[in-house]
Design a protein around this ligand. Structure first.
Ligand code: MG
Length: 458
């Protein structure tokens, strides 16, 4: 099965994003609200992350929705997966004001369907068309919508995660949580505390200027978290991105757990319990495929983007397949018996469960995973599509996959070359069995791409 990627004009892989006041204005967000309200009738849930522009833009989207006759329930500040969980089956759709991992000057809109998943490409293209045509059905005074506030709904999300695990499974475990001043300040520490853990927090006060670290949970930004984990003798540290749909980990020695290792560890645990398919983008390390197959499960690859993973999981299940887990090699994991979107809070809780069930330290579990060497690189060029065409011909003798960009296989290694849909760059990812093999493959590709851009493209 293949999920096809559509090129959109306004929406990227994760909704509309931009610098507030420059690319993303309240006027645009009102129009997005009007367009969404034109497409979907009924009651729409709205939420936002902690960004300083969140209040303005939440008011803008609500204004557009109300003008088209939709009723609005404002859930306040909460993680994106919390809003998605609240929407699932209870609302006619939702809108989340967030720019996820982007710096504080950014914000965005993510549109959510009634089943709690992000709006798919085909519907998003229809939404974009309404925005560009200004084909908006605003209502007269007697038919505009009403708004209520419901900040208490976040409790439903917290409870759903806690109820997923044995009572107080985290008793005796110390965990340090770094919500990065984002909306997980009011979810993850609470979830882990109610699971029985002793929880310490850093960057635990909501602040849209992100004074402690940037919303992207990079290993450099998590040094203070790592120090705290070691000094307090914690079992692990967990950090979220700006809207807490992703979670990344620090082991008990203060070492950053590479996200593919995190994915492989959780996949291994789930596949040990349940048999079925794992769904992930073509960019995920082969380490995950190895542990999944070792446990007797299968793997299905999709284009890059969590929406493709979530929708493929749904469609496999609709076709009678057992799907046990999904996600990306960036800390965005999807638990299908919870909901079909990435969920950072659920991922943090799952780590408590894995460590409590295994009785081993996180570093020991990570060290047992198959070794792989990842090299990430990029080249600036406006000719991404052409470069890919040339590469396809040059490597036509090699085994190749074209689910997203081109993935070239060589022995036990592979390289993925993709042209960005939003920036004039080509992204190169090499996943190799050993360091030398990866370096050779990487250099060969980089040389090849620069030769193509110099020789054939002026
Ligand atoms: Mg995010």
């Amino acid at each position: 099965m293949q999920t096809t990627k559509f090129q959109k004009r306004l929406f990227g892989t994760n909704g509309v994003r931009g610098i507030v006041g420059k690319d993303l204005t309240p006027e645009l967000v009102v129009t997005i609200g009007e367009a969404f309200g034109t497409m979907r009738k009924g009651c729409i849930a709205v939420g936002r992350d902690t960004r300083t522009s969140g209040e303005t833009l939440a008011k803008a989207i609500k204004s557009g929705l109300l003008a088209t006759g939709c009723d609005v329930v404002d859930c306040g500040i909460l993680p994106t997966p919390a809003l998605q969980y609240i929407i699932k089956g209870q609302f006619d759709g939702g809108a989340m004001i967030t720019a996820s991992h982007n710096p504080p000057e950014y914000n965005g809109v993510k549109i959510i369907e009634a089943d709690g998943t992000e709006m798919g490409d085909e519907e998003t293209l229809k939404l974009e068309q309404l925005i560009f045509d200004l084909s908006l059905s605003t209502k007269p005074w007697e038919h505009v919508g009403h708004e209520v506030n419901a900040p208490h709904l976040i409790r439903k999300y917290i409870k759903s995660i806690i109820n997923h695990f044995p009572h107080k499974i985290g008793s005796g475990m110390t965990v340090v949580v770094d919500p990065g001043s984002g909306p997980a300040c009011i979810t993850t520490p609470q979830i882990l505390t109610e699971m029985g853990c002793r929880v310490l927090t850093i960057n635990g006060i909501m602040d849209g200027t992100f004074p402690g670290r940037l919303p992207e949970p990079s290993s450099e930004g998590l040094r203070e978290l790592a120090e705290l984990v070691v000094s307090r003798g914690a079992a692990f540290g967990v950090a979220h991105d700006g809207d807490a749909d992703r979670a990344v980990f620090i082991d008990e020695n203060g070492r950053f757990v590479e996200e593919n290792q995190e994915f492989a560890l959780v996949a291994q645990h789930i596949c040990h319990q349940k048999k079925g398919a794992i769904v992930t983008p073509v960019s995920t390390s082969q380490m995950v495929e190895r542990v999944v197959k070792n446990e007797g499960c299968t793997i299905t690859y999709t284009p890059v983007g969590s929406i493709y993973v979530a929708r493929t999981m749904r469609s496999l299940i609709e076709n009678g397949k057992e799907v046990v887990f999904g996600g990306e090699g960036n800390g965005g994991l999807i638990f299908p018996d919870h909901q079909f979107c990435r969920d950072g809070g659920m991922t943090a809780a799952m780590m408590v469960f894995i460590l409590a069930s295994n009785g081993q330290q996180l570093s020991a579990l990570i060290n047992k995973l198959p070794e792989r060497f990842l090299i990430k690189d990029k080249i600036s060029t406006p000719h991404g599509t052409k470069v890919l065409e040339f590469l396809k011909k040059a490597y036509s003798q090699d085994k190749m996959d074209e689910t997203d960009g081109i993935k070239i296989f060589r022995g036990n290694s592979w390289a993925l070359v993709r042209a960005s849909g939003t920036e004039p760059i080509i992204r190169i990812l090499v996943d190799a069995e050993c360091h030398e093999e990866g370096q050779v493959f990487h250099k060969e590709l980089m040389d090849h791409i620069s030769a193509i851009t110099k020789k054939y493209i002026t």
